[in-house]
Unconditional design. Sequence first.
Length: 270
Amino acid sequence: MDLGEAMTVPELYRGLFDDAAVFPPGDLPLAEAVPAHRAHRAAWHAASVGPLLAPVDRLAELRELEPGFAIGLVVGPGRLAEALKAAEGLDVATVEYAAGEDVRATVAELDALLPAGVGAAVELPRSPRVEDGLDALAGTGYRAKYRTGGLGWSAFPSVTELAGFLAGCAERELPYKCTAGLHNAVRHTDLGTGYEHHGFLNLLLAAGTSDRAQAAELLAERDGARLATAVESLTAAQVAGIRRSFTSFGTCSIAEPLEDLARLGLLETP
């Protein structure tokens, strides 16, 4: 039995880590990101890896590198038609489209332009009226996308704000992905910046409830051992429900999340 056959990625983490290596703070050049992504797809942890995320402005360079795998196309507001035209000839698995002020108009644009078989996640602007956006997405077949970090302190939503988003999605049975600031498993304070980072294990557990107070409590937990114990107690049905809700998150590092899971005893690694 080879190493790939011997190692099994648990269902809770399968397809969880979208490869955002070319985005900040990683900023890996495409010429390095493409072979690195191929290596992830050939490694023991391949089942945990989602698509390589690519900005529309880098597609010409990406095409020259002949990736040979499906990508996630990241598109700014009002650029969907341009992006889809630029992506012709590439294997696009999903589009991540930043909504404007009118989320229903964004949904209508996706309905009109998105090719059959291509999924979409609509990034909602962070605002007190985020539930209007959730209402617009409910029942459309598109995922919501929410930003959980960035390069400045204001890019990190509070526990209360994020719990409201998660619970709002759960109430509408609306699947979602998150992006930025989540490459570590457990909530922590970054010693270099002082920013409060959410943990992806916290989010996975919070995805299993529609109770806002309980979601906030889970998001605030900083004890990795306690989170690991909670994860190990999940039933197969609970894991399936969590992953129907929280589908993936973008991370500029695939290695760091895996290392954190191994450190917590939640993942067997070579």
